[in-house]
Write a protein that binds this ligand. Structure first.
Ligand code: FES
Ligand code: FES
Length: 154
């Protein structure tokens, strides 16, 4: 089936199998390997991306379901002026260890902050509860999201 999907603002038309998952489409068809696949049970969140601005686990969505939509991955977050504020906050708060969960965690955080720009700590924890960090770095991840929300730069 033909799909036309804009990924990080770049639209292409691709012929895909109807059951190709969006996660595999991003990695194999578009060559964007930052979106990790950490489970086969839709439970880890490593594959989180934004579809039309909403965070979704890309292993739970078919590529054909993203036809005509805008998909954002962590590769597209940084702009001409450097890292996205959420990426910068993760760096400043040392919110990554092995980094496997990080692309999904960052995208889930961007999605969370776009829905709720000033979340409480509890809301951050609840908003990210679908994303697992095997290194258990949750404390600094929550601090990073708070920092991004506060726009703290120091
Ligand atoms: S790979 Fe998608 S939730 Fe784990
Ligand atoms: S930093 Fe290793 S899984 Fe989260």
């Amino acid at each position: 089936m033909k799909v036309e999907i804009a990924v990080n603002g770049e639209k292409t038309t691709d012929d895909v199998e109807p059951r190709l998952l969006l996660a595999h489409y991003l990695r194999e068809v578009r060559g964007l390997k930052a979106t990790n696949i950490g489970c086969d049970t839709s439970s880890c969140g490593a594959c989180t991306v934004l579809v039309d601005g909403e965070s979704v686990k890309s292993c739970t969505v078919l590529a054909v379901q993203a036809d005509g939509r805008q998909v954002s991955t962590v590769e597209g977050l940084a702009g001409d002026d450097g890292l996205h504020p959420v990426q910068r906050a993760f760096q400043q708060e040392h919110a990554l260890q092995c980094g496997f969960c990080t692309p999904g965690m960052v995208m889930a955080s961007v999605g969370l902050l776009s829905e709720n720009p000033h979340p409480t700590e509890q809301e951050i924890r609840e908003g990210l509860e679908g994303n697992f960090c095997r290194c258990t770095g949750y404390h600094n991840i929550v601090r990073a999201v708070r920092r991004a929300a506060e726009g703290a730069d120091a």
